[in-house]
Structure formats: structure tokens, C-alpha cells
Design a protein around this ligand. Structure first.
Ligand SMILES: C[S@@+](CC[C@H](N)C(=O)[O-])C[C@H]1O[C@@H](n2cnc3c(N)ncnc32)[C@H](O)[C@@H]1O
Length: 286
């Protein structure tokens, strides 16, 4: 038993606090079973259909988060069957590596969250909550043929069975002071609708941006609510590294997987800056 856990530890060490270039399914296969405390997955939504949409450059986008392009990328364009299979395979690996005391978060919109929901149920990942991330400053509907999409959905689940041993820092969420969230008052229970503006602060874009970059505010909320210091956070779809950076800032360990080298470089720049900055803060405080 002791030897087995020693092997597991050494298997993990080479992954911890690193962004690994490669497919997360292959990557997760190399991790020991029940070895991570929290998974935050922002997978492809399978949205890259049709033609790219672009704003006319003459249109000023003050307050809209800058120039906006519809995301059309290869990693986000699959047939329904392929998307179903892909989601089932990565979720199955995620389930295997998740501790029974841990939990998993998955982002989506109506395009993909139904698939994720059904697969959670099929694979025995119990849904704890469905969160609506309300994006007050969402982008207007250009064609005027439907309502303006202003939310994303997150599923939060666990694999621990009826004992429900996952971490939920209930008191912290109640006391959380979310200044920008008009639906959350300090001292009141946190609801399943989160009002978090989607704009990124300048420091989040210091080294460049990712087309579907999540604001640090939402990553930090997830981590503070559902993990403990030094916990291991797995981020299967790292992108620009928002979840990994939030984990690092909050004293958690992380493992990130990403197929695109350019985003690994971006993530590493963000992480390096944070490390440097933390050091400087400490030194200037001496
Ligand atoms: C929705 S984005 C994540 C954005 C991230 N939350 C952020 O804030 O930057 C998904 C990312 O997953 C990557 N990706 C797609 N398929 C992948 C796979 N099979 N394994 C690892 N990464 C993958 C894409 O290159 C993309 O950067």
C-alpha cells in the first residue's frame, strides 16, 4: 500500500505546477487514479460553425471588451457524434483521476451543456449545482433575430457517492464580498446565479489574450468555494491559463493541459509574472 502511494506521488510530481503540451485525454491517462482535488474544465463548446463574424473596425467598442470576433477554430468544430464521444472520453478520465472528496466544474452554453449534463448522469457524476453565470455586459445580438445571449452555465459535480465528502466552504461563500456582483450581499447565502462581468482587467491581458479567456474573478470564486489551500487543481483545457493562475494565486497546486503552444507560452508568461510579483511584494515588505 505504502509503495503504491509512493509510486503515485512520483507519478504526479512531474506534472504538478506545470502546463503540459498535449491532449488532455492522453495526459490524464498518465495521472494516478483519485489524485486530484478539483477539476475546472472549460472545454471546446463546439461552437465553431458557419462564417466568422466581425465588427466593422470603425465601430468603437468602448466598454464591450475590445474587438470581437466569432471564434472559428479547428479544436472547436466537431460533428455531434464526435463531440459526444470526445466529451464522454475526457469526462471518464476526469472521473477516474478525481478524489471522492473532490469535485468537478464544467463550463458551457446551450450548445454543449446538455451533452455534459447527460454524460454526468450516465457516468455517475452527481450534479451538486447548476450555476448560471450572468454576464451583464455581454455582447449585443448583431442580427436582431434572437435574444441577446447573456449567460453561460456551469455544472458542478462530484463522484463521492452518497457520503458527499466534497469540499464546500459554505461559510466563506456566505461571507464573500463580491463587490461587482449585484445579486450577492455579504453575509447572505450565495445563490446559483452569479453576476460576474466578463470583461478582463488590463493586467489579465498584459501578455495577450485568448479568444475564450475567462475572467480571473470567476476562477477565483470557484477555487475559494470548493477547494482548500495546497489542493491539486486539474485544468484539462488550459487556454491562457486563467484557472491555473487563479489556483497559484490562492495557494493551490495545479496541472494544466493545452494543445496549442502559443497558449502555453501565454500561460507561462502570466504565471512567471505572478511569481515575480509575489517575490517583489515579499521583498519590498521585508
Ligand atoms: C475554451 S478554451 C479555455 C480557455 C481558458 N478557460 C482561459 O481562460 O484561457 C479551450 C482550450 O482548450 C484547448 N484544447 C482543445 N482541445 C484540447 C484537448 N483535447 N486537450 C487539451 N487542450 C485542448 C484549446 O486549444 C483552447 O485553448
Amino acid at each position: 500500500m505504502k509503495n503504491e502511494s509512493a509510486t503515485n506521488d512520483s507519478q504526479l510530481t512531474s506534472f504538478v505546477n506545470r502546463i503540459i503540451n498535449g491532449d488532455c485525454i492522453e495526459g490524464m491517462k498518465k495521472l494516478p487514479a483519485e489524485s486530484v482535488d478539483l477539476i475546472i474544465a472549460d472545454p471546446p463548446y463546439n461552437l465553431s460553425k458557419g462564417k466568422p463574424l466581425r465588427w466593422n473596425n470603425s465601430v468603437k467598442l468602448n466598454g464591450m471588451g475590445g474587438n470581437w470576433d466569432k471564434v472559428i477554430v479547428d479544436w472547436d468544430n466537431m460533428t455531434f457524434q464526435n463531440y459526444w464521444d470526445f466529451t464522454q472520453i475526457w469526462l471518464n478520465e476526469a472521473k477516474r483521476v478525481l478524489k471522492p472528496t473532490g469535485s468537478i466544474w464544467v463550463y458551457g452554453t446551450y450548445h454543449n451543456i446538455g451533452v455534459t449534463n447527460v454524460l454526468f448522469q450516465k457516468l455517475g457524476i452527481e450534479i451538486i449545482n447548476e450555476i448560471i453565470w450572468y454576464k451583464r455586459n455581454s455582447f449585443p445580438n448583431l442580427a436582431g433575430r434572437r435574444f441577446t445571449a447573456s449567460h453561460e452555465t456551469l455544472l458542478w459535480g462530484h463522484t463521492g457517492g452518497g457520503r458527499r465528502r466534497y469540499t464546500f466552504n459554505y461559510q466563506d461563500t456566505k461571507e464573500m464580498d463580491c463587490k461587482e456582483d449585484l445579486l450577492k450581499k455579504r453575509g447572505k447565502q450565495m445563490r446559483t446565479v452569479w453576476d460576474i462581468p466578463n470583461n478582463k482587467k488590463p493586467e489579465e491581458l498584459r501578455f495577450g489574450k485568448h479568444p475564450t479567456q475567462k475572467p480571473l474573478r470567476i476562477c477565483e470564486r470557484i477555487i475559494l468555494a470548493t477547494s482548500r489551500p495546497n489542493d491539486l487543481v486539474l485544468v484539462p483545457f488550459c487556454g491562457s491559463g486563467s484557472e491555473c493562475l487563479a489556483a497559484f494565486k490562492l495557494g493551490r497546486r495545479f496541472i494544466g493541459f493545452e494543445i496549442e503552444k502559443q497558449y502555453i507560452e501565454l500561460t507561462n508568461k502570466r504565471l512567471d509574472y505572478e511569481k515575480q510579483n509575489k517575490k517583489q511584494t515579499r521583498l519590498s515588505g521585508d
